[in-house]
Design a binder for this molecule. Structure first.
Ligand code: SF4
Length: 282
């Protein structure tokens, strides 16, 4: 594992906006500025993740932060914790091995939609089925961003991408429904236009003892937005506000809008690494 240790003394001459205690402790400032495009939603999500690490009082060396490949995958480079930047779609099997070997660690995987439920889709299903104690934050910007805006499993039907210039003819995969169907014991959806609520759901997902999935609708103005008439990040945030509603199930319907909220919070099903240890001791 890679722990670069404290970055408090790092000074690369970059004039950063003054930060609160959370980013100071949890960011490797020597690797800033980040690579994400102006207006990208990934930074908003990562900011809330490290804010919740601080509020939970977790130490840097007891958090394992795992990512795959893609724009979201770059997050592991910036988080001052035990981090692994793995291969495409394989963040969850890596995180599973870590959790089984070290059940005392807080294991968090941050995945893009293509990484999480496309290339890594089978791993996602089996992590959910096993109820392994990992928090999976799925950044759903509905496109493959890093590689040029190709169609992803969550690209809506009719939406344009670099590989569907006349509109996607496939239906979109619903990350939250998939997580529920596969057996994840905490499932929720939020979006980046309401960072306070996003932070609350991240906290609940992090505290959950089992496989927790938080799907976050996030803006990619560079590709999804530009291809679909919303090249400005603010337009995309306004779209999230206008096209979502609070719900208790991803199956609720309301004027074609997207449900957000907590869809499952099962505290009874045993977590895998604990069940395994118990059996081993018996
Ligand atoms: Fe964000 Fe899209 Fe840029 Fe990737 S390509 S950093 S997802 S805005």
């Amino acid at each position: 594992m890679d722990n670069l240790g404290s970055n408090h003394n790092a000074d690369n001459g970059i004039n950063l906006v003054p930060m609160s205690e959370a980013p100071e402790k949890w960011l490797r400032k020597q690797y800033l500025p980040h690579i994400w495009c102006p207006g990208c939603g990934i930074g908003t999500i990562l900011r809330q993740v490290i804010e919740q690490f601080t509020k939970l009082g977790w130490r840097n060396d007891e958090v394992v932060f795992v990512t795959g490949i893609g724009c979201t995958g770059r997050a592991s480079g910036y988080v001052n914790a035990q981090t692994l930047h793995t291969i495409h779609g394989r963040a969850l099997p890596t995180a599973t091995g870590i959790k089984m070997a070290r059940p005392d660690m807080h294991v968090v995987a941050m995945l893009g939609d293509g990484d999480g439920v496309g290339i890594g889709g089978n791993h996602f299903i089996h992590a959910a089925k096993r109820n392994i104690g990992i928090t999976a934050i799925v950044v759903n910007n509905r496109i493959y961003g890093m590689t040029g805006g190709q169609v992803s499993p969550t690209t809506p039907s009719g939406a344009k991408s670099s590989t569907t210039p006349y509109g996607n003819v496939e239906p979109a995969m619903d990350v939250s429904k998939l997580a529920l169907g596969a057996g994840a014991t905490f499932v929720a959806r939020a979006h980046t236009a309401n960072p306070v609520y996003l932070g609350q759901l991240i906290r609940r997902a992090l505290e959950h003892d089992g496989f927790s999935v938080l799907e976050v609708l996030s803006q990619c103005p560079t590709y999804f937005g530009r291809f679909n008439g919303m090249p400005d990040a603010v337009q995309m945030l306004e779209w999230f506000k206008s096209n979502t509603f609070m719900a208790k199930s991803p199956y609720e319907e309301k004027e074609g809008k997207i449900p957000v909220g907590v869809f499952r919070d099962d505290k009874e099903t045993p977590e895998l690494s604990k069940s395994y240890r118990q059996l081993w001791e018996e």
